[in-house]
Design a protein around this ligand. Structure first.
Ligand code: KG4
Ligand code: ZN
Length: 342
């Protein structure tokens, strides 16, 4: 099997992106993502609307992925899909579709844990990057997740810490909302932060034991801070948006880097891989570069399209499991809560 070409169709529908990808072994032939714009007007993902949009998008997105890859469905070796974690209604669409197609084509079905996929996205073939060597530390930071994981091999992972409340992307988005910025506010906070003074305002950092995170307190302190300041000056936010964003971002990055440094110290592992939508943040990228120079870390960030939710990362896990002969029975059900390694 080593030299053969295996074509994997992968499906991701855990949150608000309907995505399908075709991989030939570790190479991505297509990776189509239909981002659901409907949630913007509500300032966050509305689960019921997400499921309906997946229902509408899934067939055209899969067709497009096959067409772009120039692969006929009869050539497929297996179907990989996100079983969880995520929104139940959204997961059900991808799970049911994947099961039906695998049954119809009489090919293996492969379940994938979305959080493992964010990490294994580093193993997608990319001539501009080398994947991290085992063992490495992976920090997944996105709108739905904040986790530090010790990765000993493709399928041996241990969660060292995770958020106890909001995800880091939520912290960005909710702070942005308080400043009147549109959803998702993370990229806008980043943009303003680049022009602001990170030490202009001081926000408290939460005291959380071990390697876990908490971001809900930050949101509350920003709310009180803005209420206080706008009472004296109604234009406070618009006049100081760059400095506020820079200070908020600085606090968030301090929280992330502090835990990451503890994880490196505790494990002695200096290969640090980042993934998830927040990995696009220019500040975190700068901090990682700094850690390479001052702390001797080696850091890894996949291409942006493989950081945000996408089916290519589901496909790479699909391929690795296909090689290992790790297939899934048709009785499988979606799993909204699905811890790594469970
Ligand atoms: O991975 P992703 O596309 O979807 C989830 O699985 O959640 O991540 C989206 C999150 C949003 O919270 C968005 O605001 C945040 O990533 N984000 C950023 C930046 N780009 C995206 N946060 C801070 N700075 C950025 N440049
Ligand atoms: Zn995700």
């Amino acid at each position: 099997m080593a030299n053969s070409k295996n074509y994997i169709l992968a499906i991701e529908s855990s949150c608000d992106d309907t995505s399908a990808a075709v991989l030939c072994n570790t190479k991505v032939l297509s990776n189509v993502v239909a981002t659901q714009e409907i949630h913007k007007q509500y300032g966050g993902v509305v689960p019921e609307l997400a499921s309906r949009a997946h229902q509408q998008n899934i067939v055209p997105v899969v067709h497009q992925a096959l067409a772009k890859a120039n692969i006929d469905k009869k050539q497929l070796s297996a179907i990989a899909f996100t079983r969880g974690p995520g929104l139940m209604g959204s997961l059900l669409v991808g799970t049911s579709f994947a099961k039906s197609l695998a049954l119809g084509l009489d090919i293996p079905l492969i379940e994938v844990n979305h959080m493992e996929a964010h990490i294994l996205a580093h193993f997608i073939e990319d001539e501009t990057r080398t994947p991290p060597p085992f063992p490495f530390l992976a920090m997944t930071i996105s709108g739905g997740h904040t986790q530090i994981v010790k990765v000993s091999d493709h399928f041996t992972m241990e969660v060292l810490g995770e958020t106890l409340d909001d995800a880091v992307g939520e912290a960005f988005d909710k702070s942005a909302k308080l400043m009147g910025l549109p959803y998702p506010g993370g990229p806008l906070v980043d943009k303003h932060a680049r022009q602001g003074n990170a030490l202009a305002y001081d926000f408290p950092k939460p005291k959380v034991d071990g390697l876990n995170f908490s971001f809900s307190g930050l949101k509350t302190s920003i709310l009180y801070f803005l209420q206080r300041e706008t009472k004296n000056n109604p234009d406070f936010v618009s006049q100081n948006i760059d400095d506020i964003c820079a200070s908020v971002q600085y606090t968030i990055l301090e929280i992330l880097m502090e835990k990451l440094k503890i994880a490196v110290e505790q494990t002695g592992i200096t290969h640090v891989a980042i993934g998830g939508g927040v990995a696009a943040n220019s500040g975190i990228r700068g901090r990682l570069k700094e850690a390479e120079e001052t702390l001797g870390w080696t850091t890894y960030i996949p291409k942006f399209e493989y950081c945000t939710d996408n089916a290519a990362m589901i496909g790479i896990v699909g391929y690795l499991k296909f090689e290992a002969g790790d297939f899934t029975d048709q009785s499988v059900a979606a799993k909204a809560r699905y811890a790594i390694g469970s």
